[in-house]
Design a protein around this ligand. Structure first.
Ligand code: NAD
Length: 336
C-alpha cells in the first residue's frame, strides 16, 4: 500500500495537491502533517474531511518525535510542502524560515532515512536561482544564488536533500517551480492579495516601478509536476516547473483591475521590497522530456477561474482577512 506523508497539506499548494491525489489515484492513502501556522487552514480541505484514505495529523516538522511517529506508522513516501513561504515575512524576521525550512527538512530527511521511505520529494522554488537579466531562463544547472532569507532557507534545504542523496543514497528528488496562482492561496501573495483588495475597492500596493517579471503557473499544473517527479523522477535529480508565462507585475495588476472592472486609480506605488529579484523565468524542458509533464491550464482561463473562486468564497476570504492579517498588512503596506 502506498501511504504518502504530505507535509504542509493545509497550505495553498499542499491542499490542492492532496485533493488532486485523492481524486486521481484510488490506490493512494494520504497523511497530511501540518502544524497550522497562520498560512495553514483546515478549511482548505473541508471537502476532504472524513475521506476514507485521508488522515490529518497536527504536527510540526521541526518536532523530531512527532515526525518519527508519523513516518514510522507505515508511511512509504514523503512529499515536503511545509515551509514558511512568504518573502516579505522573511525580511521582517528570518528566524522561523531558518527553523522550519532548514531544520524541519533535516528532521524529515532523518526520519525518511530511518524508516527507509521509497521516495522523498522536496518541493522547492525557482527563487533559489536568484534573479535573471532581461534574457535567458533558469535550468537545473543554473548556480544557486538566493537573494532573500526565504530563498536562502529553501536553498539550504535543497542542499541538505542533495547531501542526503549523495551520502546516504536517499531516494530523493527536488522540484523547483515558479510563481503559483489558483484557489486557496493565502491573500498575502500578489494575485489573491490584489483580487481580494479590489473586490472591496481597496487600493493595491505595487512594489517599486512594478516592472519585476514573474513566470506564472496554475497550482494544478504544479501539482501534476510534483506528482510526476514523485512517480517517475530519478533519485538525486532536480526538476524545474514553470508556466512559460512571463509577466511584469504592473501588466498583471492592470489585467486584474480590468477583469474585476475596477479603475486603475486603485494602484498605489509603494517602496520596493529590499533586494527584490528583477526577473524569473524557468526552462522546464527536462520535466517535459523526462517526466512527460505538460501544462494544461492557460493563464487566461486559470486567472478568470481563480478570480471567480475568490468571489464565490467570500466567507473563506473574510475568515482570513481578520485581525492578525490586518496587523501584518498595516506593518507591510500601511493602513488599509
Ligand atoms: P503556504 O504558506 O500556503 O503553506 C505552507 C503550509 O506549511 C501551511 O499549511 C503551514 O501551516 C505549513 N507549515 C509551516 N511550517 C510548518 C511546520 N514547521 N510544520 C508543519 N507544517 C508547517 O505555502 P505554499 O504557497 O502552499 O507553498 C508550499 C511549498 O511550495 C513551500 O515549500 C514553498 O516554498 C513552495 N513553493 C511555493 C510557490 C508559490 O508560488 N506559492 C512556488 C514554488 C515553490
Amino acid at each position: 500500500m502506498t501511504t504518502v506523508l504530505v507535509t504542509g497539506g493545509c497550505g495553498f499548494i499542499g491542499s490542492n495537491f492532496i485533493r488532486h491525489l485523492l481524486q486521481s489515484d484510488p490506490g493512494v492513502h494520504v497523511v497530511n502533517f501540518d502544524c497550522l501556522t497562520y498560512a495553514g487552514n483546515l478549511a482548505n480541505l473541508a471537502d476532504t474531511t472524513g475521506h476514507p484514505r485521508y488522515k490529518f495529523i497536527k504536527g510540526d516538522i521541526t518536532d523530531r518525535d512527532a515526525v518519527r511517529a508519523a513516518i514510522g506508522a507505515g508511511v512509504t513516501d514523503v512529499i515536503n510542502f511545509a515551509a514558511e513561504s512568504h518573502v516579505d515575512r522573511s525580511i521582517l524576521d528570518s528566524g522561523p524560515f531558518v527553523h522550519t525550512n532548514i531544520i524541519g527538512t533535516q528532521i524529515l530527511l532523518d526520519a525518511a532515512r530511518e524508516f527507509k521511505v521509497t521516495k522523498y520529494v522536496q518541493v522547492s522554488t525557482d527563487e533559489v536561482y536568484g534573479s535573471l537579466g532581461p534574457t535567458g531562463a533558469f535550468t537545473e544547472q543554473t548556480p544557486l544564488d538566493p537573494s532573500s532569507p526565504y530563498s536562502a532557507s529553501k536553498t539550504g534545504a535543497d542542499l541538505l536533500v542533495k547531501a542526503y542523496h549523495h551520502t546516504f543514497g536517499m531516494p530523493a528528488v527536488i522540484t523547483r517551480c515558479s510563481n503559483n496562482y489558483g484557489p486557496y492561496q493565502f491573500p498575502e501573495k500578489l494575485i489573491p492579495l490584489f483580487v481580494t483588495n479590489l473586490m472591496q475597492d481597496i487600493p493595491v500596493p505595487v512594489y517599486g516601478d512594478g516592472m519585476q517579471i514573474r513566470d506564472w503557473i496554475h497550482v494544478l499544473d504544479h501539482c501534476t509536476g510534483v506528482e510526476a517527479a514523485w512517480r517517475k523522477g530519478r533519485a538525486g535529480e532536480v526538476y524545474n516547473f514553470g508556466g512559460r508565462c512571463e509577466k511584469p507585475n504592473l501588466e498583471l495588476t492592470h489585467l486584474l483591475i480590468d477583469l474585476l472592472g475596477k479603475p486603475r486609480t486603485l494602484i498605489r506605488y509603494v517602496q520596493d521590497r529590499p533586494g527584490h529579484d528583477r526577473r524569473y523565468a524557468i526552462d522546464c524542458t527536462k520535466a517535459e522530456q523526462e517526466l512527460g509533464w505538460t501544462r494544461r491550464v492557460t493563464f487566461e482561463q486559470g486567472l478568470k477561474e481563480t478570480i471567480d473562486w475568490y468571489k464565490a468564497n467570500a466567507e473563506w476570504v473574510a475568515n482570513i482577512r481578520n485581525k492578525e492579517y490586518l496587523k501584518y498588512y498595516e506593518k507591510q503596506y500601511g493602513q488599509i
